[in-house]
Design a protein around this ligand. Structure first.
Ligand code: SAM
Length: 275
């Protein structure tokens, strides 16, 4: 997977060289290119922002600078006059079909352009799963009051798969942390990224009927007077599975009733329904 990240603070992403992500880079599983948005400016101050049209506080990121950057990263050589080369190849979903077809591994060639934005739909595990099948992701980190709203419109109209996502109901100073969050959620799903592939199969939010995961415990069986649930050391795998499933259902109903409402009831067993 090729990843381009554009930011006015590209140093934020130096940490990607650490831990599992760093290993994935070393092994060639992912390549990451960080870019300073200011390299696409032409004025002496390298300004990327301007005052909001219609008035108001703060500054807004300029569309011209972002567009020069995105045109280059997406290979839109002819876009200066507003006509992107892929414009006439977009399919009904707005995906550039020249590159947009998935191969046998379910990998899609068409680049996906992603902007973090607190006023967009919330990024979910389902989005992470879908994006983990893309070959090329381009992230644009907003700052100040955000980016000019015409940028995503322009690229969508030219058949680019543009996504805007919030990572939660709060406002950060910039998109860098949000991109780091999305990037980690996406890349850990790449085949070969995790040391143990099984660790991503049964997790919170994962699968068709996503629940919160049951609680996890390790040794010792009693720690500071608190024991683990006895069934977990009973050696009865059937009972352990049932206990964990019940705990996941109970926990999800209590903490995230919205997830329970979205469950496909037809897939719930009799025992599930009792919980
Ligand atoms: N004026 C915007 C608003 O009220 O919705 C907030 C802009 S915020 C200070 C600057 C940038 O940080 C945004 O353009 C976005 O890239 C990023 N950002 C802030 N909070 C975010 C969140 N919850 N999710 C995703 N991105 C966020």
């Amino acid at each position: 997977m090729d990843i381009d990240i554009v930011s006015v603070f590209p140093e934020y992403f130096d940490v990607l060289n650490l831990s599992l992500f760093g290993k994935a880079i070393d092994r060639g599983l992912v390549t990451v290119h960080t870019h300073n948005l200011r390299q696409w400016t032409h004025d002496v101050h390298q300004s990327v922002d301007d005052t909001p049209v219609g008035g108001g506080a703060g500054m807004v990121m300029k569309p011209e600078v972002w567009a020069e950057c995105i045109d280059e990263l997406l290979g839109f050589g002819g876009a200066v006059d507003g006509s992107a080369p892929d414009a006439d190849t977009a399919d009904a979903n707005g995906t550039a079909d020249a590159n947009g077809t998935a191969d046998a591994n379910g990998t899609a060639d068409a680049p996906v352009l992603i902007f973090p934005n607190p006023s967009a739909p919330v990024f979910t595990q389902q989005d992470a799963t879908e994006l983990s099948r893309a070959r090329h992701l381009v992230f644009g980190c907003g700052r100040y009051e955000g980016y000019d709203a015409r940028i995503p419109v322009y690229y969508r109209e030219r058949g680019v798969d543009v996504r805007e996502y919030s990572i939660g109901d709060y406002v950060l100073n910039g998109g860098e942390v949000a991109v780091s969050v999305m990037l980690e959620a996406i890349t850990r799903l790449l085949p070969g990224f995790m040391g143990n592939a099984a660790s991503i199969v049964e997790e919170s939010y994962t699968g068709a009927n996503a629940l919160l995961e049951h609680n996890q415990y390790t040794k010792p069986a009693t720690w500071r007077g608190i024991g683990v649930p006895p069934v977990l050391i009973s050696g009865d795998h059937g009972k352990v599975d049932r206990f964990r499933r019940d705990e996941a259902l109970e926990k999800t109903s209590r903490i995230r009733p919205d997830l329970i409402e979205r469950l496909d009831c037809a897939t719930l067993s009799k025992a599930d329904r009792k919980t």
